[in-house]
Design a protein around this ligand. Sequence first.
Ligand code: ISJ
Length: 196
Amino acid sequence: MRERSLRQANWHGHVLAVNAPAGLRRWLTAGGSLTAQLKNHSDSFRVQVLHQHVATCLADEARAIGLHRPGRAWEREVLLRCDNRPVVFAHTVVPMSADASDWPLFSALGERSLGTTLFGDPRVTRGTLEYARLRAGHPLAQRARAALATAGHALPDEQLLYARRCLYRRRQGSLLVTEVFMPTVAALVPRTLNTR
Ligand SMILES: C=C(O[C@@H]1C=C(C(=O)O)C=C[C@H]1O)C(=O)O
């Protein structure tokens, strides 16, 4: 049981349940596209693709994407960088049952933001946001730390990581986006005259 609890998070429907610091809470609860928000808080924004491949989905996301147990899914993991500093580790899964017509742009995204294909598409519906504080043993916390360490921005082991996830649907397909926010995101400042 202990092993299971370390590798799975308690996802809550209300951000206050995870007791996130105020500076993070506003990001966790921000509506609309995270990409658009981050672009408005930086002079340069980049999606660094870590990988996009077939993998076994995580234990605490199987049911969310309609699987009875962890199974194969398309998995995309990226670091979102503001002014070249990684601020969000994002993990997206699409069940293999989805076909190309459900998410026509997903497989060829490259360094384009997934958000640009979700927001503005009238066929996409967005579910409710869920929030969690990830223990150090959660696979997404481990992957986020590894990605940050590789990028030269290692986090102390005791650093708490807060995440949110949201289920998107389009035609017969589902797509689950989980975003792990780095503490540095709280220091971003809006660009008031951003004309991009
Ligand atoms: C869902 C969005 O797309 C963002 C970009 C992602 C990507 O390119 O893989 C993943 C998650 C998001 O942080 C968004 O911008 O809101």
